[in-house]
Design a protein around this ligand. Structure first.
Ligand code: CTP
Length: 402
């Protein structure tokens, strides 16, 4: 069981921290909520205490004999601040300590994750920009907010990322405290995710079991590490990761067009999507009816291999990553198939998953081996998909440096 401090600053998104708290508690963590005094104007201490099963205070004077600001900071395995307001960020950047949360931030030596939420003007203000740069330079993980509807009628950048996404990144930091350095800043990373659908008629298609979770995890982790991310999503029924440009596609041909367009200025393309190798050669423009006789066979034609096209058109320095879901067979193991595919595809990295028997597709956890064209082989043990995503980002970053 890990000890997590959930700091809540005084913004309207404080109510969304209740959902985050519930997720952290359900994951088995011992969570102490430390709201600021203004956060308590939005959500009261009783809610935090009932959901966390721990006492809640905003000031350093409650239970002073226990010296709570030192105890909480020292014992924490992770501090998450969600929402982090412009004011709280400014205080943290300058080392101010006038309440329990800011004191705890100074005594904590564990990873610290900030999920900011504020109006766009406040997010873009040079003071906030500088403060965030300061925090990131010191190793604090500061997520970019999501775009969308804000408190009033206005829309823009400043929404708190989804509670589920913050919870997944928190879990990642608990398992790997070094998983979210800001080392993809200035890079454009393109990720394809999900499974394509190849239409037979207006209501039927040939599809596959990919849900998109692994590709979405890579997009979220790359964004948290500072990349500008374009996610080409094929039929994935998942919420958009915060601060990621999502381009929705259905078929392999649509995916191909979107990926090539995004790849023009990309530093890296990760092809996590399950792209159909074949499509029906003719699309019937009306629903195919039963006719009483045997149905006509479905005639297929081959789809372009998008990854092979990317390899052929690769810009200097561009890193290309493929995925391969494999099963072993009588002739070769999963890894043998992976090595052969890596050589055939000509990409820099190939993430090999063993599939079948309920593994990988649609599951929250995954395992894999990251094969490098340079002969490297990185085993990622079974765990949350964000852990494999972070290992993929590590491998990508190491290719940039060379
Ligand atoms: N891929 C692609 N375009 C396709 C098919 C696959 O870009 N038309 C990409 C996938 O996104 C993945 C990688 O190629 O990153 C490997 O996909 P896979 O289906 O395993 O490769 P295939 O070449 O189709 O190999 P197999 O014969 O095993 O199906």
């Amino acid at each position: 069981m890990s000890r997590v401090v959930l700091g809540v600053a005084g913004g309207i998104a404080a109510y969304k921290a209740c959902e985050l708290l519930r997720r952290l508690v359900e994951a088995g963590h011992d969570v102490t909520v430390v709201p600021t005094a203004s956060a308590l104007n939005f959500v009261g201490a009783a809610t935090w205490e009932a959901l966390s099963h721990n006492r809640v205070a905003a000031d350093v004077w409650t239970d002073a004999a226990e010296v709570p600001h030192v105890r909480l900071g020292r014992q924490a395995d992770l501090v998450v601040v969600a929402p982090a307001t412009a004011d709280l960020i400014a205080k943290a950047a300058h080392g101010l300590a006038d309440d329990l949360l800011t004191n705890t931030l100074l005594t904590a030596r564990c990873p610290v994750l900030f999920a900011p939420a504020m109006h766009t003007e406040m997010w873009e203000h040079p003071a906030t920009v500088d403060n965030i740069a300061t925090l990131r330079r010191r190793g604090t993980v500061v997520l970019d907010p999501a775009s969308g509807r804000l408190t009033g009628a206005d829309t823009g950048k400043g929404r708190l990322p989804e509670a589920a996404e913050i919870a997944r990144l928190a879990e990642l930091l608990l398992r790997r405290p070094d998983a979210l350095p800001h080392d993809l800043a200035g890079r454009h990373v393109v990720v394809s995710a999900g499974g394509t659908r190849e239409a037979l008629d207006p209501v039927r298609f040939l599809g596959n079991a990919s849900t998109g979770q692994q590709g979405y995890a890579i997009a979220a982790v790359a964004a948290a590490r500072g990349a500008r991310v374009t996610l080409v999503a094929a039929n994935a029924d998942l919420p958009d990761p915060a601060a990621v440009d999502v381009v929705r596609v259905v078929s392999a041909l649509e995916l191909r067009e979107a990926v090539h367009k995004a790849a023009e200025d990309a530093d890296c393309v990760v092809m996590a999507a399950a792209v159909a190798d074949f499509r029906p050669s003719s699309l019937v423009d009306h629903k195919i009816k039963k006719s009483g006789t045997a149905p006509a066979p479905i005639v297929l034609e081959e789809n372009p291999d998008v990854l092979a096209e990317l390899v052929a058109a690769r810009r200097p320095g561009q890193v290309l990553v493929g995925f391969a879901a494999e099963t072993g067979d009588a002739t070769a193991t999963v890894l043998d198939h992976g090595r052969t595919k890596l050589a055939r595809k000509g990409c820099d990295l190939l993430v090999v998953n063993a599939v079948g028997k309920g593994v990988a597709f649609g599951q929250a956890d995954n395992t894999g081996v990251i094969l490098g064209a340079d002969g490297t082989e990185t085993d990622v043990p079974f765990g949350p998909k964000a852990v494999l995503a972070a290992a993929v980002c590590d491998a990508i970053v190491s290719r940039f440096v060379r």
